[in-house]
Design a protein around this ligand. Sequence first.
Ligand code: ARG
Length: 393
Amino acid sequence: MKKIVLAYSGGLDTSCIVRWLTEQGNEVICFVADLGQGLGQGEDFAAIEERALAAGATKVYLKDLQDEFIEDFIIPALKANAVYEGKYLLATALGRPLIAKYLIDIAHKEKATTVAHGCTGKGNDQVRFEVTVGILDQKLEIIAPVREWEFKSREEEIEYAQTYNIPIDVTKKKPYSIDRNIWGISIEAGVLENLEQEPPEDCYLITKSPTQIMTYPKYIEVYFERGVPKKIDGKTYKLKKLINYLNEVGGFYGVGRTDLVENRLVGIKSREIYEAPAATILHIAHKELESLVLDRELAHFKEIVSLKYAELVYYGLWYSPLREALDSFVNSTQKYVTGSIKMKLFKGNCMAVSRKSPKSLYKKELSTYGKEDKFNQKLAEGFIKIWGMPYKR
Ligand code: ARG
């Protein structure tokens, strides 16, 4: 008999896992991480706990990790402009190492030798969980029941859950696999596997359809201090509130939908739909502000770092020396990233329309074509001659 701490979501897979592991004579303790999956509406954690116990868990830990998730994972990724394959803002990928960290913590507290997760053997999340556990405590054993159990379909799992009276909410269940947290939603499977089909409206949970928005544009001004969003329209917000607010407003204007065929770590391509209104608004605004305050060389070099940063997050290498080193670089670039960007949200679009910063490198007297021009155009002639000199034969 083993004492196993399971990363438990309350869904069908992890509920069946509780029963499956218990049946084999193990003691199962469930860990539910709150990363804001209620998306400001609140999640029914009491029902999740009840389900875990009904499935056979001896104990349930619930931890609100939202603030730590935001401060230690989301904000660093935002400062780094980390975007995977040009589109994915990494909500799921950022959450995994944090969940794994607490899974290990609870295993230590409970003197358990083993941890378990409900990820499929075809995905990235198994890698993120297990690599993190391996880095933070290589003595812990890891079990991934979905990779080895006998169930071949959702229906078989539902039947199994019903046999053991595990209260599963199957009627409301849409035919998608969904992962949610405060930074965004990842949606896959079902009809989305057909690349020729446009995602049906029913796969979206928090964004309105851009074609159905019958209203005027909405302007919002985001103020950043050293790369961190602090105010909206002049009002100071704590980060959790700020993100929840932008998810709500952005969602109402249809902002933050993405449809991506991505390269998974395990070598396959898969199609995933993402909804991330707040993350989209903040990424765009942050990048716009950087355009204003970072010099050309720093800005261009930072783009290379962004690419690498996003890969590390996607690949489950959060707790790696390179990620830490990149954070030091990124933090030093944020010294001047203070200022306000006014965004216009309309029919799924989100663009900057006004910019200001006390650290701006933009000098109107140099760029203007008007008569207040101070740029000495005569100097350009010599500059061009020297610039092109190496290429003349
Ligand atoms: N493709 C995303 C990633 O690897 C999300 C994975 C989870 N998606 C899901 N629909 N359950 O980070």
